[in-house]
Ligand binder design. Sequence first.
Ligand code: NAD
Ligand code: AHE
Ligand code: ZN
Ligand code: ZN
Length: 370
Amino acid sequence: MLKSRAAVAWEAGKPLEIEDVTVAAPKEGEVLVRIVATGVCHTDAYTLSGADPEGIFPAILGHEGGGVVEDVGPGVTSVAVGDHVIPLYTPECGKCKFCLSGKTNLCQAIRATQGKGLMPDGTTRFSVNGKGVFHYMGTSTFSEYTVLPEIALAKINKAAPLEKVCLLGCGVTTGMGAVKNTAKVEPGSTVAIFGLGGIGLSAIIGSVMAKAERIIGIDINPDKFEIARQLGATDVVNPKDHDRPIQEVLVEMTDGGVDYSFECIGNVDVMRSALECCHKGWGESVIIGVAGAGEEIRTRPFQLVTGRVWRGSAFGGVKGRSELPEYVERYLNGAFELDTFITHTMGLNDINRAFDLMHEGKSIRSVILY
Ligand code: NAD
Ligand code: AHE
Ligand code: ZN
Ligand code: ZN
């Protein structure tokens, strides 16, 4: 047992509260990690809002962290005390039907308990004054100390600055990976990216790497355009500047539609626009944004009959344990940078400010430094 400072979400829609949380020792196959830094992703805000059908409270949110192994439970062999790790909300057991399929990164070994805010044995390691507090996405990086299953840790190069590569725990990997693994964008492609937050901007980086010829960034907040251009967007479009559906504008701009589009917002109406701006016969749209309970996507089936394709992507299709360490190496080798994303840093006590900045459209990523 140890005490950890953590931001607890006691109730949906309420600010997080900083508490001294009791963290129980890691059990069989589990690892205690000291989180050094964590980003705040829109998905944390989504769950805190109450829109997530899997959202349960009280819980310790956070899933974009970087940390150091402090202790290991019985039977843990793949990481050791002192290793630097990135927590994985999409684990990789290497043995389940999904891991063995060669078709998906969505390991299901612990998905059921993870979605209930519990460790694989069905219990929680967190409590406050004897009352249990739920885990979140199997990661709970808004606690200085957190417990994860061994299969949910990517061991990374110790040379990597954890306060930066924490962003590879979700946002940056998701955007880059969706372009490379899910859409498989080819050189010369025309790409539309809806939503220029942490995910959309990473999709821009991925599109530049894929040698897309035209990269169109779309956002209703024009403050995002400068950074989008800096990262490689060739065009930027604000739907508010147009009095007709944005898909019509994009189809006209691109001689019939884009080859690939990415929805990085979580808005089902924009998902429709993202599909319908795709080129007839071959255009593919990838949904990355997460929409609330009860929301559904719609389009005319004719859109699909005439060759457009609708896909989705979680964690950019990246298998965390076997592939994420390579993303860290590529960062260290200068293949992409992360500083542009980190618009704000702050201590855990100010974490609610990170949510405010996100909602006000003033941040790309706030990174919490413990
Ligand atoms: P963010 O808040 O940083 O960025 C969202 C952007 O969308 C903002 O720039 C905002 O101005 C813009 N926007 C909002 N409404 C718009 C509209 N109607 N038209 C155009 N632009 C609009 O969020 P983020 O952290 O980048 O996350 C984006 C989405 O991706 C969220 O839904 C998040 O939950 C989801 N997400 C999914 C995965 C995954 O694995 N599938 C991973 C991470 C995040
Ligand atoms: N509980 C949510 C699921 C939301 C969701 O789709 N999450 C993404 C990751 S978002 C990271 O910022 C994901 O990985 N999905 C696959 C999975 O198994 O959850 C809901 O809406 O029910
Ligand atoms: Zn995320
Ligand atoms: Zn698996």
